[in-house]
Design a protein around this ligand. Structure first.
Ligand SMILES: CC(C)(COP(=O)(O)OP(=O)(O)OC[C@H]1O[C@@H](n2cnc3c(N)ncnc32)[C@H](O)[C@@H]1OP(=O)(O)O)[C@@H](O)C(=O)NCCC(=O)NCCS
Length: 161
C-alpha cells in the first residue's frame, strides 16, 4: 500500500500511517493491554482482517505507536478501536489516524462514520468533538466497568450531506 504524503506528519516528524498487518499484532496487543481496562483478545483482532474492515497503524520511525480498526457496513463506517501507546500520547497521533481513516472512508464513498466512546473518556470525547463528530445518542450500560456498567456516547461524522 502506498503511504499518502498527506498522512506523513508535520515537518520534522517521523510519524506516518500505513495499513496494519497480521504481523504487527504482537505490538498491537501490548498497546491494547495498556490502553484499556477491558482489552480486545487477539482472536478479536484476527477476526478483523476481512474484506470490509480497514486497519491502520501509526508508526514513529520503526516503532508502532497506535492503530485504528474500522468496519465498513454498506455505506457506513464504524470506528471500533483507536488506541495509542501511553508513551506516545499527546503528540497528535490519534488525530492523524482519525483524519486518515476519515479521508479513506470518504474516498471509499462511505456516507458517515459512527463510533461509541465511554462517557467518562474525556480525552477521546474531546478529540472526536474537535474533529467534527457530533453526539447522536447514548447506549445505556454499554461498557463493562470497574464499578458497574458505563454508558456509551454514540457519535457521528457525516461525510456526505
Ligand atoms: C484517546 C487517545 C486515543 C488519544 O490519543 P493521543 O494520540 O494522545 O491524542 P492526540 O495527541 O491526537 O490529541 C488529540 C486531542 O485529544 C485531547 N487530549 C490529548 N491528550 C490529552 C490529555 N492528556 N488531557 C486532555 N485532553 C487531551 C486534546 O484535545 C488533543 O488535541 P490538541 O493536542 O490539539 O489539544 C489515547 O489517549 C488512548 O489511546 N487512550 C486509550 C484508548 C482509548 O480510550 N481510545 C478511545 C476509545 S473510543
Amino acid at each position: 500500500m502506498s503511504e499518502p504524503d498527506t498522512y506523513r506528519a508535520v515537518m520534522g516528524s517521523d510519524l506516518f500511517i500505513r495499513e496494519l498487518l497480521p504481523g504487527d499484532l504482537p505490538q498491537v496487543l501490548e498497546i491494547e493491554r495498556q490502553g484499556y481496562s477491558h482489552p480486545w483478545a487477539e482472536t478479536v483482532f484476527r477476526d478483523c482482517f476481512r474484506e470490509n474492515y480497514r486497519l491502520w497503524a501509526a508508526w514513529r520511525g520503526d516503532v508502532l505507536v497506535g492503530y485504528a480498526v474500522v468496519a465498513y457496513m454498506f455505506d457506513e463506517a464504524h470506528l471500533l478501536n483507536l488506541c495509542i501507546h501511553p508513551d506516545s500520547r499527546g503528540q497528535g497521533t490519534a488525530r492523524l489516524l482519525l483524519r486518515h481513516m476519515l479521508a479513506e472512508a470518504s474516498r471509499e464513498q462511505m456516507w458517515q462514520v459512527i463510533l461509541e466512546v465511554r462517557t467518562s473518556n474525556a480525552v477521546a470525547n474531546g478529540l472526536y468533538a474537535s474533529e467534527g463528530f457530533e453526539e447522536i445518542g447514548r447506549r445505556p450500560d454499554y461498557y463493562p466497568g470497574a464499578s458497574g456498567r458505563e454508558d456509551a456516547c454514540v457519535m457521528v461524522f457525516r461525510l456526505r450531506h
